[in-house]
Design a binder for this molecule. Structure first.
Ligand code: HEC
Length: 256
């Protein structure tokens, strides 16, 4: 009998020990679940998807405009002459002067004569390296239409594409360098812009090469290239102009 009661108390002891253990386990599990359940991960934060509607903002757009003056890293582009070919005030008059409506030639080309607001000095030093780079780029991108010396008789034109105006007449000899830069950047009439294919430094290299073509076809004219040590440029900030040294100008020079 006493043996039996001993066994019984042993069992109840075991049970209560197991019961305690189970309660601990349960509490621990509950704690863990609660701890996980209370976490508020970043992916669960209240947020809008781009371009979704929002009742919070008065214009009902969830996407907000960038704050005024926001500039992506590397795109400050303070040097207006270098990046646009325009003077500080150039390109700010939206309505063109009706008196200066350009003539249209027999091929349907727009013969621009109003070059106001465009820089007339190179914003980069004109060096032999720049000209060599310009020649190489011209032969890649321009020669097919404008021809080897700029007479508008490139291979595509000989095969039927509309003939561009020659670079070798007084109108374009007297046109400021900013005009050529601007046309390469934005295109003009039938010619599309090359901004996506030709970075700014290369555009200036091509413009410099076009000037040498013009001089080569008019050797007795009074045109001349700027001296090799030209760093004055049309930019008011010489520090900017100086950063566009010739070796850099061969590539995008960090300025895109
Ligand atoms: C697919 C042919 C084609 C290519 C390639 C081309 N152009 Fe042109 N370009 C034209 C035509 C056509 C015009 C005349 C556009 C018009 O007025 O409708 C023109 C006009 C111009 C003008 C304006 C001339 C003026 O009358 O004021 C300049 C400057 C110029 N191109 C430079 C370039 C340069 C630099 C390149 C190379 C980066 C280039 N073009 C590549 C066809 C081309």
């Amino acid at each position: 009998m006493s043996k039996n009661s001993n066994q019984l108390s042993n069992i109840s002891y075991q049970l209560s020990k197991n019961g305690k253990r189970m309660i601990y386990c349960f509490l621990l599990t509950a704690f863990c679940l609660l701890a996980i359940g209370c976490r508020y991960d970043m992916q669960d934060q209240p947020r809008y998807k781009a371009y979704k509607k929002s009742d919070f903002f008065s214009d009902n757009r969830a996407s907000r405009d960038l704050s005024e003056g926001t500039v992506p890293r590397g795109f400050l582009r303070e040097d207006k002459a270098f990046y646009t070919g325009k003077t500080e005030t150039g390109g700010q008059t939206p309505a063109p002067n009706p008196a200066a409506t350009p003539a249209i030639d027999a091929s349907g080309n727009t013969l621009m004569t109003d070059f106001s607001g465009l820089v007339s000095d190179f914003p980069v030093p004109v060096t032999k390296e720049l000209l060599d780079r310009g020649e190489q780029r011209y032969k890649v991108f321009c020669i097919v239409c404008h021809g080897p010396v700029g007479n508008g008789d490139g291979m595509i034109v000989r095969r039927g594409f509309s003939k561009p105006p020659t670079y070798n007449d007084d109108r374009l000899r007297n046109a400021p360098v900013g005009h050529f830069y601007n046309v390469i950047t934005n295109g003009q009439g039938k010619m599309s812009g090359y901004a996506s294919q030709v970075p700014p430094a290369d555009r200036w290299a091509i413009v410099a090469y076009i000037r040498t073509l013009q001089i080569s076809q008019n050797p007795n004219g009074n045109m001349s290239m700027p001296p090799a040590n030209n760093t004055n440029g049309a930019t008011p900030t010489t520090s900017n102009a100086n950063t566009a040294t010739a070796p850099n100008a061969n590539t995008s020079g960090g300025r895109r």
